[in-house]
Design a binder for this molecule. Structure first.
Ligand SMILES: C[S@@+](CC[C@H](N)C(=O)[O-])C[C@H]1O[C@@H](n2cnc3c(N)ncnc32)[C@H](O)[C@@H]1O
Length: 215
């Protein structure tokens, strides 16, 4: 069902499944990516905008007393996200909006973060344009994302083969996006991106990048 206010397609059952999946699997995913998150999320400012925070995997990188402006249109995630923010002592400003249209003023954000979100939004290039619009000059976009594997590799073959069931299960998620290329092409003043590989059983998700783009 499409939410007529945000335009986001809410799947009652898959939304609830994904909220439960990321709650249960969160600690496992976190163990795999924390080294990279610690690097790019180091020293976050007191107010952070997060795109698609889900059930709150990144709250641990904010200091207690910080404010998280959470752009999360997927209502089945909201209850767990609110509870996690309360446990972490983070003030949650939850906005039921799309990352493509956050509604935030131009140049109003010091820092925007995302993890495993640009794979799922309908139009990642449009989201990056929105991120640049809301960042103040010198502000940073910090991200950890999974990306397409190199052509000709077994991972790439699997990404192609599993494209449809993966997208169905994970509400539109694609393992076939060159997100590093999109960030580089998005017009940021400076971009640092580190590619790396996980060794998890979720093979299609193992090719990842973490980076910081400055406006
Ligand atoms: C794979 S989950 C990742 C959640 C969380 N960031 C994490 O690392 O566990 C993808 C998240 O992106 C959100 N999402 C999907 N499309 C979105 C959009 N257009 N704008 C903002 N969030 C979106 C989903 O609701 C979901 O919470």
């Amino acid at each position: 069902m499409t939410d007529i206010r945000t335009g986001f397609e809410v799947h009652r059952a898959r939304g609830a499944f994904n909220a439960a999946f990321f709650s249960v699997m969160g600690p496992y995913i976190e163990r795999n990516v924390r080294r990279h998150k610690r690097r790019v999320y180091a020293g976050l400012p007191a107010t952070v905008v997060e795109l698609g925070p889900g059930v709150g995997a990144n709250l641990r990188y904010l200091r207690p007393g910080s404010t998280l402006i959470a752009i999360e249109p997927n209502v089945p995630m909201h209850r767990r996200l609110r509870a996690a923010a309360e446990r972490r002592g983070v003030h949650l400003d939850l906005r039921d909006r799309l990352a493509e249209r956050t509604g935030l003023p131009d140049g109003s954000a010091d820092c925007v973060i995302s993890s495993l979100v640009l794979c799922t939004v309908a139009d990642p290039a449009e989201v990056l344009t929105e991120v640049r619009r809301i960042l103040r000059p010198g502000g940073t976009f910090r991200f950890v994302e999974h990306v397409v594997a190199r052509d000709g590799t077994p991972t790439r073959v699997l990404q192609r083969a599993l494209r449809r069931p993966w997208a169905w299960t994970f509400e539109g998620c694609s393992c076939e996006r060159d997100l590093a290329g999109l960030v580089r092409a998005a017009g940021f003043a400076r971009v640092e991106i580190e590619p790396y590989r996980l060794h998890s059983p979720f093979v299609t998700f193992n090719t990842q990048v973490a980076g910081i783009a400055s406006a």
